[in-house]
Design a protein around this ligand. Structure first.
Ligand SMILES: [Zn+2]
Length: 270
């Protein structure tokens, strides 16, 4: 046929078309041994969301990926996206930044593990959350630079809940929309309802906790990603304990299980 050559025929045949390589930046969330030489890695990419990819040769002494696939690392990757029932294939990973534990402070490491546990647990595959990626990236960097792990974790949790549409209502009653006024200095927080409850609406509710205005105010400031006010805010140990407690419960409800790292968060201090 005139004008048709072998190359054109190949190009028009979807079965022969090469799979396009995707390039992205990623945070390493998990890795499991797949064979004597390979790993299956779970990565949060900035532009494409969470992926699971086979990294052939990653367990060899001279791995083509070197340390780019270490847990908590940020790396630049190239991968081939496979059909829905197959793993993606990682073809390249170059380390951009590894997580460094500041001066042997294990609290920062636990906090960092918790950051990736939530990133993994609260997102779906191939569901990109660019701002959440950036928040996690910024949090990991701050933790490796020795910033207060307790505060950074709260900021990440509340900022992240907001970005995922799960931020609890902190001022207005989640049921009726009216302001939830404190009673005896405390406001009711309905864990199963997703926020504060006014006196009328709290009747008969299960899993209700009582929070002071300081804790609710701190949560609102920590959740506001447009403002750096959270960095200057005073938070005494009691307020921190209240916020930590309510978030532990709330995040566990969202995940449907208690995060593995929750046991370590109490030791982060303020
Ligand atoms: Zn109400």
């Amino acid at each position: 046929m005139p004008g048709l050559n072998v190359t054109d025929e190949n190009r028009s045949n979807p079965l022969r078309r090469p799979v396009p390589a995707e390039k992205d930046i990623a945070i390493v969330l998990r890795s499991v041994e797949f064979s004597e030489t390979s790993l299956i890695v779970t990565l949060m990419t900035r532009g494409l969301g969470k992926i699971h990819a086979l990294a052939k040769g990653a367990r060899r002494l001279k791995s083509p990926f070197e340390s780019a696939l270490d847990l908590l690392a940020v790396c630049r990757i190239v991968f081939l996206r496979k059909s829905s029932d197959a793993l993606d294939l990682l073809t390249e990973a170059k380390l951009q930044r590894s997580f460094r534990v500041p001066a042997g402070d294990l609290r920062s490491l636990y906090a960092a593990y918790y950051v990736v546990e939530l990133l993994d647990g609260l997102t779906d595959d191939y569901d990109p959350h660019t701002e959440l990626f950036d928040l996690a990236d910024e949090t990991l960097l701050a933790l490796s630079q020795g910033e207060s792990a307790a505060r950074r974790v709260l900021r990440y949790e509340l900022g992240g809940l907001g970005l995922l549409g799960h931020l609890p209502s902190l001022e207005m009653c989640v049921e009726c929309g009216h302001r939830a006024e404190p009673v005896g200095g405390r406001v009711a927080f309905g864990q199963l309802d997703g926020g504060v409850l006014c006196v009328k609406c709290r009747a008969g509710k299960r899993q209700v906790e009582l929070l002071g205005p300081a804790a609710l105010g701190a949560m609102a400031r920590l959740a506001d990603l447009s403002s750096p006010a959270w960095q200057r805010m005073e938070m005494n140990p009691r307020t921190y304990g209240e916020v930590r407690g309510v978030l532990n419960h709330y995040v566990s409800n969202l995940l449907g299980r208690r995060p593995r790292l929750h046991a370590y968060l109490g030791a982060l201090g303020t």
